[in-house]
Ligand binder design. Structure first.
Ligand code: NI
Length: 426
């Protein structure tokens, strides 16, 4: 399909940062083919009116667990350990493949409605999430959460499930990472096996690292080094890695992350809610680390709204450092788009630019929080709620238009999610 977005204000990047310019955007098939200049013989099948709208590159959620959407508001105001081991893990054990599908569907609906076009997922069942991503038309980078000891059967099976999905998935909108869960759920031998497998198949990895103070203390007790130092010793960072959280870091940890080109997915709301602390993001930024933003799951956030997450990312570090000039709106938008595209090794994502994949979020800015129109870059980070998202295009396909989803029966998904939680917890 050929789409023309007519006279729309759009977000672009140059060396100085993000800026807004009004233009026409031309999409042919799954690509942006021109900005401004009408391509020869371009006859649009569909024209989107850009009046009082703002186009931005689709946001990329760099760390979540989509299936956990069924656990929204089910385990709040608990310590990290009580939350994970006492409440979430026992509930997870009751989930069927079908439950995981409905949870992922709910996550996709929430993400599309708040302008996210791609997400990095760590899940419990690859096929269920592949189905949800395919049914909704989203873009996703999927990893099966890997937990294992040495060469144990469970760990081997989970790894095989990932490789099997990687080899057989026919959806071009889906790519894969290996997802070793964390240094406290995978032992060193298993982490080495996972790393060797990543190298063999040329895959990246994603892992939770240095999320809680307890985790860092326990790893230090057992290994005489920090989780980051341990991962470096194991050789994990020789593959492209997205490290989620990275809250408790020493200067040496930051140096390792920078030297090894590790991308960091910061999850400010999850870290606050579970009282895990605040990541040293300004320091990481100063060291040139590729920073991205994730929501983590709805069980620890409790939403998948990247606008809210961008807002926290911008505000939090000014407060902590007592310096309002750090981590500005333009930086944060870059974290959620261009940097995330680098993290998932997709050169064709993260910008509205000729030749890039057509993943575009269009906001309706005819609402009080966008008036007066002084600086739209700031408005996106400091004023937007996320639900201004009006139209979402992913891979050249319109998945939401005038706030109506085109691929999903939302009422059915809501009802199925209620049924899941009714069965396992009420
Ligand atoms: Ni997580």
């Amino acid at each position: 399909m050929k789409i023309k977005i007519n006279k729309i204000k759009a977000l672009f990047y140059n060396d100085k940062g993000a800026y807004i310019k009004e233009c026409d955007i031309y999409i042919n098939g799954n690509k942006i083919v021109s900005i401004g200049q009408k391509p020869e013989d371009f006859a649009a099948d569909k024209i989107i009116n850009g009046n009082k709208k703002l186009a931005i590159p689709g946001l990329i959620n760099a760390h979540t667990h989509s299936y956990m959407s069924v656990f929204r508001n089910i385990a709040d105001d608990l310590s990290f350990e009580d939350w994970l081991f006492g409440r979430i893990n026992p509930l997870e054990d009751k989930l069927t493949e079908e439950d995981i599908y409905w949870g992922a569907m709910l996550a996709c609906i929430e993400m599309i409605k708040t302008g996210t076009t791609c997400f990095v997922d760590m899940n419990m069942n690859m096929q269920s999430v592949i189905r949800a991503v395919t049914d909704t038309g989203m873009r996703a980078v999927l990893s099966r959460g890997l937990v294992g000891k040495g060469n144990d059967e469970g760990g081997r099976k989970r790894l095989e499930e990932t490789i099997d999905a990687y080899k057989n998935c026919k959806n071009d909108n889906i790519s894969f990472l290996l997802g070793p869960h964390a240094p406290y759920t995978c032992d060193c031998e298993y982490l080495k096996i996972v790393t060797d497998t990543a190298k063999k198949y040329n895959l990246g990895m994603t892992i939770h690292l240095s999320e809680s103070e307890n985790e860092v203390e326990n790893i230090k007790k057992a290994h005489k080094m920090s989780p980051i130092e341990l991962m470096d010793k194991i050789g994990l960072f020789e593959a492209p890695v997205i490290a989620a959280h990275c809250v408790w870091l020493s200067d040496n940890d930051i140096k390792i992350l920078a030297d090894k080109n590790v991308s960091v997915a910061t999850n400010p709301k999850s870290n606050l809610k579970l009282a895990n602390g605040i990541a040293p993001l300004t320091k990481m930024h100063d060291h040139g680390i590729n920073i991205t933003i994730g929501t983590d799951s709805t069980a620890s956030n409790n939403s998948l709204n990247m606008f809210s997450e961008m807002n926290y990312t911008a505000l939090l570090h000014k407060g902590v450092t007592h310096d309002p000039t750090v981590i500005n709106a333009s930086d944060v938008l870059r974290f959620a788009t261009k940097n995330a595209a680098i993290a998932v090794s997709n050169k064709n994502l993260g910008e509205i630019k000729e030749g890039m994949l057509a993943d575009i979020t269009i906001l309706d800015i005819d609402c009080p929080q966008f008036y007066p129109e002084n600086e739209l870059v700031s408005a996106l980070v400091y004023s937007a709620a996320g639900y201004e998202t009006d139209t979402v295009i992913i891979n050249g396909r319109i998945l939401m238009e005038n706030k109506i989803l085109t691929t999903v029966d939302t009422e059915r998904v809501y009802a199925e999610c209620e049924r899941v939680i009714e069965r396992i917890d009420r």
